[in-house]
Write a protein that binds this ligand. Structure first.
Ligand SMILES: Cc1cc2nc3c(=O)[nH]c(=O)nc-3n(C[C@H](O)[C@H](O)[C@H](O)COP(=O)(O)OP(=O)(O)OC[C@H]3O[C@@H](n4cnc5c(N)ncnc54)[C@H](O)[C@@H]3O)c2cc1C
Ligand SMILES: Nc1c(O)cccc1C(=O)O
Length: 493
């Protein structure tokens, strides 16, 4: 089949019956649930972009193996040019969602593509696992499948390993092996967009210890597999609020969910790893499943930071405060943050390395630097919008107020901005800004940027240790040459 259309994606959502729980209710028809409907339509637009003349050549390619057109997220990058082809899709999808949807289909499709190309890793442990990964990649590529993932154990007692938790199956683990497959029980988090996806892939960030064998697993199954329960967090919009009042929250909310596996049978051909702590800990660093999607996250994060910066600039301009030096200082800081990320991304692509297996890997240091900086830069951008917009952010009337004949005169008078900015324009911009910096929707976006790539503190620690290993501190030695206590001679060269 190759690339799907938006309509085909929606048909697939309608055809599935996952066990979705939202605010205490079982959702029978995911597509008709107002909380999910508009986000589904936004994702459908991404699938349609693959078919439109503006994007098709840029974001898709003809698969050598099948002759079908597939998304560039499924392209195994073998050169700088391939990385650019992948960036094109990351950028197009991010721009279509202003970078606000982090887990658009390209993200996990890149993860699985990387696992596929590095199936040598699985082969080392078990030939069947490698074969399963390869077949799975082809399945999702050829059917343009949309995945969610859950790679974190639930947050119960972080001071204990999986096998030390209160209940044996608090964390997702294997129960037994049957001819039909591996039976799994327990929970995993935090599956963004789970209710509206086709499949879920389970693997883990490193961190398993001896004793955790039953929790060391990786697999993928359809999202409506019997026994798989999706418990959504409280929604941050009800799907009923108007586009005018909530121009972002009404469109781009990504639901997050806890996944509970109640003795789910994972068919053997979908098991990628099982009962092996070493393999589970090495999967993320060794298969490119960590580094390749960081390219997607970097591009998407850049678009989101650019959007937040533009919103801050527009807010300031609308009320005539961007002539003040203090405001310029803050807006200039955002612009410089943004341009730093843009430059880092270019470096990551130009300075890519070729793995011994021939995969072009965007460079580690600039990508990891982005991962370290964005969790600080994005919250700062949100703070600047709050500071510059100040009290006005809380003063916006609703669309209904604009439509009231009795109020309209007051609204036209008292909500205007600087000269040339009507009240409708000013209020529209402030509503957009408030969705981003004030609403629960915006707070989730901020939390996403802090944590989507794992704990930024521990990530930076790992980065520092790697950096130290690769850096010889020769400049210090050089500077100290001749500065020994017993050296009285002047340095002449
Ligand atoms: C909006 C959002 C969407 C997400 N979407 C997904 C998704 O789709 N799929 C997915 O798998 N994950 C997703 N994540 C989860 C993300 O991977 C985790 O939030 C992240 O890895 C951090 O784990 P945690 O939230 O359990 O925090 P914890 O690990 O519980 O950390 C809590 C605090 O304790 C500290 N801490 C904990 N353990 C240690 C330690 N050993 N040493 C030092 N300090 C420690 C941390 O620094 C932190 O301050 C998402 C997260 C967010 C916020
Ligand atoms: N956050 C990630 C994820 O959920 C899967 C794969 C990679 C990442 C990451 O950003 O490192």
């Amino acid at each position: 089949m190759g690339i799907r259309t938006g309509a085909q994606y929606i048909e697939a959502v309608k055809a599935r019956k996952p066990e979705v729980w939202l605010s205490g209710k079982r959702i029978e028809n995911v597509f008709e649930e107002p909380v999910f409907k508009q986000p589904i339509l936004e994702i459908a637009k991404l699938y349609d972009m693959q078919h439109g003349p503006e994007f098709q050549e840029k974001i898709t390619h003809v698969c050598e193996e099948t002759g079908e057109r597939v998304n560039n997220a499924f392209l195994v990058p073998k050169s700088y040019e391939d990385l650019v082809k992948r960036r094109n899709v990351f950028e197009a999808f991010a721009k279509a969602t202003f970078g606000l949807m982090g887990r658009t289909p390209d993200f996990l499709n890149v993860v699985v593509t990387s696992m596929y190309y590095n199936s040598w890793f699985f082969e080392k442990y078990n030939k069947n696992w490698a074969e399963n990964v390869r077949n799975y990649y082809k399945y999702i590529r050829d059917n343009d499948i949309f995945l969610t993932h859950a790679i974190i154990n639930p947050q119960n007692d972080r001071s204990k390993n999986s096998h030390e938790q209160k209940d044996t199956y608090t964390h997702l683990g294997a129960v037994n092996e049957t001819p039909d497959g591996l039976v799994v029980r327990g929970a995993k988090m935090l599956a963004t967009l789970a209710p509206v996806t086709d499949e879920v892939i389970i693997y883990s960030f490193p961190g398993f210890a001896p004793g955790d064998e039953k929790y060391a697993l990786a697999f993928a199954i359809p999202i409506d597999t019997p026994g798989l329960r999706i418990i959504c967090r409280e929604p941050m919009q009800d799907g009923q609020r108007s586009f005018f009042d909530h121009p972002l929250a009404s469109r781009f909310e990504e639901m997050d969910a806890l996944l509970v596996f109640d003795d789910v049978v994972v068919p053997w051909d979908r098991v990628f790893l099982h009962n092996n702590v070493e393999a589970a800990n090495k999967l993320y660093p060794m298969t490119g499943a960590g580094q390749q999607p960081a390219h997607q996250s970097g591009v998407r994060g850049l678009v989101k930071l650019e959007f937040a910066t533009q919103v801050a600039m527009k807010v300031a301009d609308t009320i005539g405060v961007d002539g003040y030096l203090n405001v310029q200082d803050q807006l200039g800081e955002l612009a410089q943050s943004l341009e730093s990320i843009r430059a880092l991304l270019k470096v990551a692509e130009y300075e890519h390395t070729m793995t011994e297996h021939g995969e072009a890997m965007p460079a580690y240091v600039p990508l990891e630097t982005i991962r370290g900086l964005l969790p600080k830069m994005y919250p700062r951008a949100i703070e600047v919008i709050q500071i510059v917009g100040a009290g006005g952010l809380l003063m916006s009337p609703t669309g209904a107020d604009f439509e009231s004949d009795e109020l309209r005169g007051s609204i036209d008078n008292y909500y205007v901005g600087r000269e040339g900015v009507t009240s409708l324009e000013r209020v529209s911009i402030f509503k957009l800004a408030w969705d981003l910096c004030g609403e629960a929707f915006g707070q989730r976006l901020l939390q996403y940027e802090r944590y989507y790539t794992g704990d930024p503190i521990r990530k930076r620690g790992i980065f520092y240790n790697n950096y130290k290993r690769q850096t010889s501190l020769t400049m210090v030695d050089e500077a100290l040459k001749g500065a020994q206590l017993d050296n009285k001679e002047a340095l002449t060269n």
